[in-house]
Design a protein around this ligand. Structure first.
Ligand SMILES: C[S@@+](CC[C@H](N)C(=O)[O-])C[C@H]1O[C@@H](n2cnc3c(N)ncnc32)[C@H](O)[C@@H]1O
Length: 207
């Protein structure tokens, strides 16, 4: 990482705010802003946070659910957070899904995914990897959500995005695409906010 990158990071408004307010990442504000708009997570909800490290979204999810349950999953380690159960595993592996199912015992209210690939710099490759992770998150949501549950997923915009959106729209009552203020202006990421899971009928398992 170059000197400029470090300088830019220190100047960043949300980075400084996260330091001040003891959040582990500036990403915390993206989930806060999405939730202020759409009321995705409510008090008492059970939440699965995919791609959770270093833990900014998990901290916010734990605040929003209060005495609800938060299960965080990442391929990388995560320093423990009070009230959050962490599973280290690759969401592209079936074994990780099975471990989540063992922990939650039943259906959950909300699945959130901020998973992102390591950036190679080749845009179409990075976008394809981002859509692959978003597809896995949707598959996990299909297995874990109760009917009526909510799902939020990060995706990089590009060629494959519209096809992904089409698939998601079949499975939720309402689907909206948001770009929270806390996302960097130059970023191609958007968040697909899906409310009201329609249930796991045959027609809804299209990925
Ligand atoms: C942008 S970061 C998430 C930041 C986090 N939401 C926060 O608020 O601190 C993306 C995360 O996705 C994780 N990730 C990428 N591929 C994954 C995979 N196949 N399975 C699980 N996690 C993955 C990365 O390890 C990384 O921690």
């Amino acid at each position: 990482m170059g000197k400029n990158w470090v300088l830019q990071k220190k100047r960043d408004h949300y980075y400084r705010m996260a330091k001040r307010e003891n959040y582990r990442s500036r990403a915390s504000y993206k989930l806060k802003q999405l939730n202020d708009r759409a009321h995705i997570i409510r008090r008492g909800d059970s939440v699965i946070d995919l791609g959770s490290s270093p833990g900014g979204w998990s901290q916010v999810a734990a605040e929003l659910t209060g005495d609800g349950i938060v299960v965080a999953v990442d391929i990388d380690p995560m320093i423990p957070i009070k009230g959050v159960k962490f599973i280290q595993g690759d969401m592209l592996q079936e074994e990780t899904m099975e471990r989540i199912e063992e922990v939650v015992e039943g259906k959950v209210d909300v699945v959130i995914s901020d998973m992102a690939p390591n950036i190679s710099g080749h845009y179409s490759y990075d976008q394809a990897r981002s859509v692959e992770l978003a597809e896995m998150a949707l598959r996990a949501a299909g297995r874990l959500l109760r009917p009526g549950g909510n799902f939020v997923v990060k995706v990089f915009q590009g060629d494959l995005f519209q096809t992904y959106l089409k698939t998601v729209r079949k499975q939720f009552r309402s689907v909206k695409v948001h770009s929270p203020k806390a996302s960097r202006a130059a970023s191609s990421e958007v968040y697909v906010v899906c409310m009201g899971f329609l249930g796991g009928g045959k027609d809804n398992q299209s990925i």
